[in-house]
Design a protein around this ligand. Structure first.
Ligand SMILES: Nc1ncnc2c1ncn2[C@@H]1O[C@H](COP(=O)(O)OP(=O)(O)OP(=O)(O)O)[C@@H](O)[C@H]1O
Ligand SMILES: [Mg+2]
Length: 235
């Protein structure tokens, strides 16, 4: 359903993605792993139209996303939680959720379902997002993306700064979405946790998808992790 075909992206003169490709089927969870600076975040930004692809193609269900205005991309049904969140910090929790709902004209039913997943946010509906704790902001960013009723979720290190129980909660949500046919690209440093939900793992190296393997393959050959991510991987 989502196809990224040999895109090339630059910041100024510096090329960051080099013939970067991936594809994603409905209900599939693809985990992107790679060293800091490999280009994972840039790949998600390119899909969202936040970084231009100078060449190559990006399509969702055959609709061309390259050249689409960045504010139109979420309306196609792509929920995105950027690395380091990026909420409207002067708006309340509830207003942030409303922004998500409005993007695809969703209403009270969606809002209730999302709040059901994050009861903690319900207690803080009128608090300004900027005053939430780091973990609460991460939950709100995920909740807001879910308010789109997305076909595809792009999660850039969604568990960063969360306590273990919330980490498993976020990954449970990915699994629940999967059952509903939602496809997810998950950038995650916690390899072990990510492997529980991933269908495939794509290693990003120097702006390219160097290798795509199954979680079983990776468990059987941990040297891949060492090669592409280096030592010191957080479990
Ligand atoms: N706005 C920018 N301007 C210039 N260079 C940038 C910009 N954003 C990212 N880069 C550079 O592009 C490269 C890829 O960055 P990117 O954020 O995609 O990496 P990443 O794989 O997500 O890394 P991390 O694991 O640290 O989040 C890095 O060398 C980074 O310094
Ligand atoms: Mg990143």
């Amino acid at each position: 359903m989502l196809k990224v075909d040999r895109i090339n992206c630059f910041y100024g003169h510096v090329q960051v993605l080099r013939d970067f490709s991936l594809d994603l089927a409905p209900g599939e969870v693809l985990c992107l792993l790679g060293r800091n600076g490999a280009g994972k975040t840039t790949a998600l930004k390119a899909i969202m139209g936040l970084v231009r692809a100078r060449s190559g193609g990006i399509t969702l269900d055959g609709i061309d996303l390259v050249g689409m205005a960045a504010h139109e991309v979420p309306k196609q049904g792509i929920g995105y939680t950027p690395q380091g969140r990026r909420l409207f910090s002067d708006l309340t929790v509830d207003e942030n959720l409303q922004v998500g709902l409005m993007t695809r004209a969703k209403g009270a039913e969606t809002r209730e379902r999302v709040l059901g997943l994050f009861p903690l946010l319900r207690e803080r509906l009128h608090q300004r997002a900027g005053t939430l704790s780091g973990g609460e902001q991460q939950m709100l960013a995920t909740a807001r993306a879910l308010c789109l009723e997305p076909k595809v979720m792009l999660l850039d290190e969604p568990t960063e700064g969360l306590m273990p129980i919330m980490i498993s909660k976020i990954l449970d949500i990915v699994a629940t979405l999967k059952e509903a046919g939602v496809a997810t690209i998950l950038v995650e440093q916690r390899v072990e946790s990510a492997l529980h939900v991933a269908d495939r793992v794509a290693f990003v190296e120097n702006g390219r998808t160097a290798e795509v393997v199954s979680p079983d393959h990776l468990r059987a050959d941990p040297s891949l992790l060492h090669h592409y991510v280096g030592v010191g991987v957080r479990k």
